[in-house]
Ligand binder design. Structure first.
Ligand SMILES: [Zn+2]
Length: 424
């Protein structure tokens, strides 16, 4: 009996003429984008290439139009990658890549044994490094520095050829800054995974520098029914960190399969409800974000429609939570437009909190904003996902807690963009 009611309801839902948000679709897209065959959507094993193929198929299925013969915009960039060997043994014990150690993205192929030289845990100032060690005597040695020494892993330490920064918790990785490989060997190691005062570190890793990694943005649109030569633009980056060696794969469910799936769902919505597309609705899924906002930068420099006709840009990056609210980067830059978001939220109680942020070049809205296009960057907040840039950012850990609210506030905001507050 229960089964029959379910079938009846499912039938009603399927034939319902009004399409709105589809959380199941969004979750299915995230699952596909984070699957093993996408290799973390990075720059090894054709990860980002495969993701782009998948996304263009989704755009076609949704009924989106393309600006050219297909949905792709091609470009390239230099990047250092780690497709093969990635081992690090401390006092002879192998550490797990991705969870016990990560390498700096600019590291070159290295096969070497280092003697470890420990600096005190209390060290916080870079300048004190030079009072404690003679950096001209560090050949064959690796300096072990504490977490408190800010940016040691990120920027390295001048005159220090090899260093290991120990950290207590999050073993997050990044790939920006990999355009210029360096002769330094820099690692980040989980403190609890190595003995205090360990003596040696054996590194065997393979790096491949690609001077022209072939990348693609994937772009579709729905033609506006009233003012088709003005554009409302949705952006999300679909690339992620890829792989650090053969075994450490970064799935990137939160960052940013979540935003990618949201943009596709919005594409389906406007394709199925064209009367809601007052302006042309553009859906831009960019790559190269993790390497430094390269895809969005390329698009802003080589737009497929006149950017001065863009009414607004909404960028989504990490939107699979929401229990603590929604953040709007650039909200303070466009107070009148941000007020619309606050009013909509007050009226419909979408989120418990809306936080307006200042200007920040921290995601793909930035290159558009720098070209003079009004733009917001939306991300959701909540403790329900804490997997930022780790190998455990998997689809099952991303609940899309407030997806209906996100979709609701976005589509209401699009409707509000018909008012003169958005005139440029
Ligand atoms: Zn990221």
């Amino acid at each position: 009996m229960r089964y029959k009611i379910f079938v009846l309801l499912a039938g009603l839902w399927i034939f319902s003429p009004l399409y709105s948000q589809d959380k199941n679709y969004v979750k299915a897209v995230v699952k596909s984008l984070t699957a093993a065959d996408m290799h973390g959507r990075g720059y090894v094993n054709k990860g980002d290439f495969r993701a782009a193929e998948y996304l263009s198929k989704q755009m076609k299925k949704a009924g989106l139009q393309s600006f050219g013969k297909d949905y792709f915009q091609h470009y390239d960039f230099p990047v250092n990658t780690f497709p093969g060997k990635m081992t690090c043994a401390v006092d002879g014990k192998q550490l797990q890549a991705g969870s016990a150690f990560v390498v700096h993205p600019a590291t070159k192929t290295t096969q070497k044994s280092f003697e470890l030289v420990w600096l005190p845990d209390t060290l916080t100032q870079l300048s004190s490094v030079y009072t404690l060690v003679d950096t001209t005597q560090l050949a064959g040695k690796m300096l072990v520095v504490p977490e408190a020494l800010k940016n040691a892993y990120k920027n390295g330490i001048k005159g220090v050829p090899a260093l290991m920064q120990t950290v207590e918790k999050a073993m997050w990785w990044h790939v920006s800054g990999s355009a210029n490989p360096s002769d330094k060997v820099i690692l980040k190691v989980k403190k609890s995974s190595i003995p205090t005062n360990a003596k040696s570190c054996d590194i065997d890793l393979e790096a491949v520098f690609k001077p022209k990694h072939q990348a693609r943005n994937v772009v579709g649109y729905v033609r506006g029914t009233v003012v088709p030569d003005s554009f409302f633009v949705f952006v999300a980056h679909y690339d992620h960190l890829g792989q650090m060696g053969k075994n450490a794969i970064y799935p990137g469910a939160s960052d940013n399969a979540s935003g990618t799936a949201t943009v596709l769902d919005l594409g389906r919505y406007y394709a199925k409800n064209p009367e809601k597309a007052h302006y042309s609705m553009v859906f831009i899924l960019v790559s190269g974000e993790e390497a430094g906002l390269l895809g969005s930068h390329y698009f802003a420099e080589n737009p497929l429609f006149p950017l001065d006709k863009a009414r607004f840009v909404l960028n989504f990056d990490m939107v699979g939570t929401g229990s603590e609210g929604l953040s709007v980067v650039n909200g303070k830059v466009f107070p009148e437009i941000a007020e619309i978001i606050e009013d909509l939220n007050a009226e419909k109680q979408y989120f418990t909190d809306i936080r307006l942020g200042g200007e920040s070049c921290n995601s793909d809205h930035c290159p558009f904003f720098q070209k003079g296009v009004p733009a917001f960057f939306f991300f959701t907040r909540g403790q329900e996902n804490q997997e930022y840039h780790t190998i455990t950012d998997t689809h099952d850990k991303l609940p899309f807690t407030k997806y209906e609210s996100l979709f609701g506030i976005v589509t209401d905001f699009v409707k509000a963009s018909e008012t003169s507050k958005f005139d440029r």
